[in-house]
Design a protein around this ligand. Structure first.
Ligand code: MGD
Ligand code: MGD
Ligand code: SF4
Ligand code: MO
Length: 754
């Protein structure tokens, strides 16, 4: 007789952090359901979460390190090796490149899942430090970098991001986000649909700005189709209305804010009547949107990827917070608020060193550094352009830039030129086929789960931790990164990553002991380390997390605070711990030099002037532009190998408006060639009035027909890679973020229609 066991943990696949209930029988997961008792998600789950165990069981997933034999990634064979052998090959390869070309010749790319795994969130930093190379890249520059820059400039801290308090707001203005499919981003909330419904049920209003009539738009009170790339203009016009009509109410913020007057002047050129013809939303509507925002008891503007992956992305990200501020809704319930996690202290003096970009510049294109990274759109040319500092080796961690970054055909070719590459990844895919060695991490069921990055973006203060459910054949991801770090530190560092674990653990303890008014002032690192390590089943990463939580905002401070939190308390609360609604955190959380919210940093004022100059160019609404889209059953590029998620109707289609279809002789269901400045793809047409005239849409993350990859299911429905069309020379200059929306394209039938 076998008995089922039940396990609770957080789904790590997207930002929503849903609680899952997994039933295990005979060592295998029988069923995954939403955990009804989860204090945050209350049973919500999406189709991806319910197949988490299928990723675990996927026969194509790597379970041991593999080493490539053969030069050509399309025809190479791969050999399974032991972990020690794999690291020996990596050490040789990396050391060789460093000896020949210096350490700046080694670059790294960190992808999206590396932000969803506790091991990588903490140990990526160690690896980056050990590499000591300026050639750092990540998925941030095809995603949210504009928001980091605007937060950095305004609040002094690029990771202090204001999230919409959707559970308490009366008025939600959403731009460039489609949480009905994405389940939300930079606004962690399980069950966005349910929370949006609740806004309307309590008499609130939802307005959506999106070129496409998305499912989110269909569930709102109003939808306004905007021309791709138009959000900065729209938001500046709304600011213009508020200043012109004297509707400014800085709420809690007036004494904390500088730069209001400068912004009043800087938005002067953006009258709704001037902006309207450029964005496709009429002047009266713009004016009404601004007035309604000001009049609502509480209101919040929320802008996401559609507003940020465009040429004025940072300005749009800034304008979102500026509107929240000048309507009295920043740091205020029902507005945009700053989460407080249990793993950070939450204390602060309310000022700091501020935030800078451009402390150095990239080698080939002179792009400014942002958060110690360069734009991934420029990665290929850093590999192919000869000269000092040319990238000759790469490390990739949880990323698939050959599908996910602009003009990816060029990166695919560039990666062939590398002298060495190592990837930390569970799949042999479009990117990792270029690696010499692939080091697979454990699955989400084989590691501790704590969504460190995303609980810091949650619309409620909440956290959940769970231990591994299964043993792994793989090293834990922090051990993999630890050993990679030691390779960069040099042969003398040995190969036992326990040295790094101890350094991080002792460092965390020491800084807690040294913190102002620390209840631990008379305790020693040795004593506390011994306490943390008493539980033998926990890994090094759990020990570090335990210290962060015990000495964090709700911690037990090793007994000094009764009823405080520790990992033990999390273990006793498998459905997660609710820490209440978001609370005002300003001015303490500010890190600007002035100790104020800096509404008008010079960089922003200059960028507003640059935006104003676009008002003088002739209006060009001819031609087609391409935008991206997400589907509930995809997750960027890497979950198309699960049958349950890809079966049914083909999803990688080009959406075209009936008028454009008729004009261009495009027939629903037939193939068309879509071409941009940099490339072309052939995809099936889907005629729909979901997209407006002049706009076409392809999803990203497809194109699984490259030779040399292993994905039996994905390769049967490969789709096409939309990033063969995106242009690497189109960037948001302040953040280096790629432009992924509003790409000029032409579309013609694949075979002429007569
Ligand atoms: N199912 C699923 N969920 C996911 C992901 C996934 O791939 N699949 N990916 C995850 C990741 S990594 C992220 S970052 C998040 C992203 O989450 P979201 O930001 O919600 O992303 P999208 O669903 O792509 O929605 C972006 C919307 O912007 C619109 N848009 C395009 N151009 C413009 C423009 O110029 N202005 C405006 N106002 N709108 C525009 C698009 O039509 C689209 O509806 O989703 C996460 N969740
Ligand atoms: N045109 C267009 N392009 C886009 C977007 C768009 O909207 N339009 N969206 C962009 C956005 S928001 C993002 S975030 C990027 C994503 O870009 P990337 O992060 O580069 O790509 P992913 O598809 O998320 O690839 C994830 C990789 O991580 C691996 N992986 C999965 N789980 C783990 C794990 O636990 N550990 C490790 N080490 N690896 C793991 C997978 O096998 C896969 O190789 O794509 C961007 N590209
Ligand atoms: S919405 Fe996101 S976190 Fe929730 S089950 Fe789906 S993939 Fe997982
Ligand atoms: Mo993303």
């Amino acid at each position: 007789m076998t008995s089922d066991t039940t396990h609770y943990r957080t789904c790590p696949l997207c930002e929503a952090t849903c609680g899952l209930e997994l039933t295990v029988r005979d060592g295998a997961v029988l069923r995954v359901r939403g955990d009804r008792d989860n204090t945050f998600s209350k049973g919500f789950i999406c189709p991806k979460g319910s197949v988490l165990h299928k990723l675990h069981a996927d026969p194509d997933r790597l379970r041991a390190p593999i080493v490539r034999r053969g030069e050509d990634p399309e025809t190479a064979t791969w050999e399974e090796v032991s972990w020690d052998e794999a690291f020996a090959v990596v050490a040789d390869g990396i050391q060789g490149v460093i000896d020949r070309h210096g350490r700046y010749a080694v670059g790294a790319y960190f992808g999206n899942p590396s932000v969803h795994s506790l091991g990588t969130v903490i140990y990526n930093r160690v690896l980056i430090q050990a590499m000591a190379s300026p050639q750092m890249y990540s998925a941030s520059t095809v995603d949210q970098m504009p928001k980091h820059v605007s937060s950095g400039l305004m609040f002094g801290n690029p990771i202090l991001i204001a999230v919409p308090d959707i559970d308490r707001t009366d008025h939600l203005l959403i731009l460039g986000a489609n949480p009905y499919e994405s389940n939300g981003s930079l606004a962690t909330a399980p069950d966005w649909p349910g929370r949006m419904k609740a806004i309307r049920e309590r008499g609130g209003k939802i307005v959506v700005v999106d070129p496409r009539h998305t499912k989110t738009a269909a569930n709102a009170d109003e939808w306004h189709s905007i021309r791709p790339g138009g959000d900065a203009l729209l938001l500046c016009a709304m600011l213009h209305v508020l200043f012109a009509e004297d509707l400014i109410d800085a709420g809690r913020a007036p004494g904390m804010t500088t730069g209001l007057r400068e912004i009043a002047d800087a938005v002067e050129p953006f009258a709704p009547s001037v902006v309207a013809p450029r964005i496709g939303i009429d002047a009266d509507t713009i004016t009404r949107m601004a007035r309604e925002l000001a009049a609502a008891p509480t209101a919040v503007v929320y802008g996401r990827i559609g507003t940020q992956t465009v040429g004025f992305g940072t300005l749009a990200a800034w304008a979102v917070d500026a509107l929240n501020l000048v309507t009295g809704n920043l740091d205020s319930p029902g507005g945009a608020m700053f989460p407080l996690t249990p793993h950070e202290s939450g204390r602060g003096k309310g000022r700091g060193r501020g935030f800078r970009i451009g402390r150095r510049h990239s080698r080939v294109r002179n792009y400014p550094e942002v958060r110690s990274e360069y734009p991934v759109a420029g990665l290929a040319e850093e590999i192919t352009t000869p000269g000092d500092g040319q990238i000759r080796a790469m490390v990739t961690v949880g990323g698939n830039p050959v599908l996910s970054t602009p003009h990816s055909a060029r990166l695919d070719v560039a990666m062939r030129e590398l002298e060495f590459m190592v990837s930390v990844d569970p799949y042999l895919n479009e990117t990792t086929r270029h690696a010499n060695v692939i080091l697979p991490p454990p699955t989400a069921l084989e590691r501790s789960e704590y969504q460190m990055a995303f609980i810091g973006l949650a619309v409620r203060n909440f956290a959940q931790w769970a231990p591994p459910m299964f043993d792994s054949d793989c090293l834990q991801e922090h051990e993999i990164l630890g050993r990679l770090s030691l390779i960069f530190t040099g042969p003398d560092a040995g190969n036992d990553p326990a040295v790094i674990d101890a350094m991080l653990l002792d460092g965390a303890l020491q800084s807690a002991i040294d913190s102002t008014d620390s209840p631990l002032a008379d305790r020693s690192v040795d004593e506390l380390r011994a306490i943390v390590r008493t539980n033998p089943s926990r890994t090094a990463i759990d020990h570090i997390l335990d210290v962060m939580i015990r000495t964090g905002s709700s911690g037990d401070w090793f007994g000094a605070v009764p009823d405080g939190l520790s990992l033990d308390v999390f273990e006793q609360n498998p459905h997660g711990i609710d820490l209440g609604a978001l609370q005002p955190r300003l001015p303490e959380a500010l890190r600007t030099e002035s100790g104020t919210i800096e509404l008008a940093p010079q960089i922003i004022v200059d960028e507003l002037a640059r935006l104003a100059t676009t008002l003088k160019t002739p209006i060009d609404t001819d031609g087609l532009v391409l935008i991206s889209r997400r589907h509930l059953q995809s997750n960027n590029s890497w979950m198309h190998n699960v049958e349950a998620l890809v079966k049914g109707k083909v999803r990688c289609t080009l959406l075209v408006h009936p008028t454009d279809a008729a004009r261009l002789s495009l027939v629903d269901g037939s193939d068309a060639v879509i071409a941009s400045r940099v490339g072309s793809v052939t995809a099936p047409i889907e005629v729909t009035d979901e997209v407006p005239v002049g706009v076409v849409s392809l999803p990203h993350g497809w194109g699984h027909d490259m030779a040399g990859t292993v994905s039996q299911i994905a390769s049967r429905r490969p789709g096409v890679n939309s990033n063969l069309l995106t242009d690497p020379e189109l960037l948001d200059p302040l953040s280096g973020n790629a432009v992924l929306n509003g790409i000029p394209v032409t579309v013609v039938p694949a075979s002429p229609q007569f």
